[in-house]
Write a protein that binds this ligand. Sequence first.
Ligand code: ZN
Length: 373
Amino acid sequence: MKGTFQIATMFGIPVKIHWSFFLLPAWAVGSSVYNGMSWTSAGWFFVYILTLFLCVLLHEFGHILMARRFGVGTQDVILTPIGGMARLHRMPEKPKNEFAVSIAGPLVNVGIAALLSPSLLYFPMQDLLALEDVNLIFDGPQFFIRILIIANLVLVGFNLIPAFPLDGGRMLRAGLSFKLGRRRGTRIAAIIGKILAVGMLVAGYYLASPSFVLIGVFVFVMATIEYKAIATEDVLKNTPVSEVINYDFTKVYDTTPMSEVLRQYSMGAAKDFVVITAEHLPLGMLSQKEIEQALHADDLEALAGEYFLPLPGYLQKEMTLHQAEALIKRARKTLLPVLSNGVVIGCLSRKSITHYMHFKRRMMTWRKITNRQ
Ligand SMILES: [Zn+2]
């Protein structure tokens, strides 16, 4: 994400901060002082905001460490003024595991609140509610801890709202998926999320609260995105590579001289060449980089067999597009050769998968329209 920088590494995961993160404490403390808060209280207020963000960070690590138990890694955690965001590589697909990963975050905040609660014996909550002067709330750690307990419980409540992308939305989807399958589960969870979003918008209007309106719009958009992503995944999982395979790919033999590869490359025949043996067994690929290498070294008499780059993996005709996409991504390639019985029969590129999905989506919309008539 642009505008972020790393501040720490926790459990091997980079913790990053978006520059706008600092706007919130600066604004909160600044405006409080402007409105008459003492500098001492402002100091405590500042510490309170930072502690609150630490609670948010621990919440995210609840998700991260639970996901790790199911073999799912995390790219990084980003802190923004509106909260934390753990970027998991994926969501576990088993409903039980998704439920566990989603609930782990709020459970961390329940844990923090529980750990702090013994302090209530010495500093009863009523004292806090009876306070009238805002200066006194942050007049020392005793009130500060109580606010922190409340804040953690508010975090739990907010995150349990059953709407994407909040934890509650994922828990609802996981629960529905048990019985209905992931696609229908997501669809119903998305509809419930949208109804809630409209409710927030209406409430925001009547309460004249811009934050309600903002969250409402956000939740509405996210529900749509989440359902689309799952529907796409569903198609990818049910389409074999053989349906999208490109048989018209550019192959060269290992005995082909690089001058010939360059000739075809310069004509725009292809950007990537599959290098095969005379028996059509795959060896690897030649891309722009290798071709230019041969050109710069003035080594065009060399054979393709000397310049090709071995591939970390190949696609099989029977694989699903979902598996194929993951393999191409992992190999950091734009395309990979497709094998059938060990022989190269074609190629599949990320671009053609995207194209196919685009086409599928248009087909689905078109079918919906014609069915209605
Ligand atoms: Zn969460």
